[in-house]
Design a protein around this ligand. Structure first.
Ligand code: SF4
Length: 315
């Protein structure tokens, strides 16, 4: 096979994988319904380009009818190349709206020099986008956050916010007026990077504002990337953990009624059994990631333990 066709084959596989991941998230969270008008927020970064592109592909084959409208907020950052998005959107024939709102000056005026401006900037952006969604009569707002953004947020909240809280794939906005969806919730950032490259999206750099990056998020991102290299499968396992929450085995008294626990009560996830049943992967502790060194230990059930004890030789 020639190098070119091998490359094409890999790109097709990647495209298919992304379509499946987005389709799964849409189904799992019932993100899109018949007649929806979805505002796709397009920043000019790789994630939002990929989001729009995959949603268009799914729109062509979906069993439900829905509309897409791409919206970009031109925040008047110096050097923002205003022509790039309209040219791209016209070339692919997607309805769009560019909203001009000088949030850049507001942020510069309010935030001290050298401080991170992202949180105020995103808050202002969100306010404008919600207003535009209403004006356009959109029923859903689609954002381009992916799996790794969601995990980073989980760790940020645990490390600095004292909360077990991430970024939901679907939510109701604070004012109760909009449903926000994140169809890339199951997609790896690495796949989005490769996809953007293969599609040659006209990326607009995100640091035009000159803001200091959010250092805490950056540190967490590097930590997760390091884990991903050294412990393959760990990121996937952590994301699965977010979909398999066991309130009776955490310590939130609002989430689980520990106070009323009674003897004999049947628990959905087991009592102390829940600790024993796991199949725990154990690695020999030389720190090397070698799958051949992985053994799986199945813990005996309590019944087996009673039998073992009953048959134990005396003395
Ligand atoms: S990087 Fe700049 S434009 Fe992006 S959220 Fe931060 S302040 Fe806003």
């Amino acid at each position: 096979m020639s190098k070119k066709s091998k490359h094409e084959l890999e790109n097709n596989k990647l495209n298919k994988r992304l379509r499946h991941a987005v389709g799964d998230a849409i189904n799992d969270f019932n993100m899109i319904e018949e007649g929806d008008k979805i505002m796709v927020c397009l920043s000019g970064g790789k994630d939002s380009y990929a989001l729009l592109d995959i949603l268009r592909q799914l729109q062509a084959s979906a069993p439900v009818d829905f509309e897409l409208i791409a919206v970009n907020l031109d925040q008047k950052q110096p050097g923002f190349p205003e022509h790039v998005l309209p040219e791209y959107l016209e070339s692919i024939g997607v309805p769009y709206k560019i909203v001009e709102e000088d949030t850049y000056s507001v942020v510069k005026r309010v935030i001290e020099e050298g401080k991170t401006t992202c949180s105020l900037c995103s808050r202002l952006r969100r306010g404008v986008l919600y207003r535009v969604a209403k004006e356009l009569g959109c029923t859903k707002i689609a954002l381009g956050h992916h799996r790794d953004d969601i995990l980073q947020t989980l760790f940020l909240n645990m490390f600095y916010g004292g909360k077990l809280k991430a970024m939901p794939p679907k939510l109701v906005s604070d004012n109760g007026e909009h449903i926000v969806i994140r169809p890339l919730a199951y997609v790896k950032e690495k796949d989005l990077e490769r996809y953007a490259e293969s599609k040659q999206f006209p990326i607009i750099p995100c640091n035009l504002c000159g803001s200091q990056p959010n250092l805490q998020r950056q540190v967490i991102k590097e930590m997760l990337q390091d884990w991903d290299k050294r412990f393959p499968g760990r990121i996937e396992s952590m994301f699965s953990a977010m979909q398999n929450v066991v309130p009776s085995h955490l310590a939130d008294t609002e989430l689980f009624d520990f106070a009323s626990l009674q003897r004999g009560q049947k628990l959905k996830y087991g009592g102390d059994l829940a600790f024993d049943r796991e199949t725990v992967p154990q690695r020999f502790s030389d720190g090397l990631e070698d799958d051949s060194s992985e053994i799986r230990v199945e813990m005996p059930t309590p019944k087996k333990i009673i039998n073992i004890l009953a048959n134990k030789p005396k003395g």
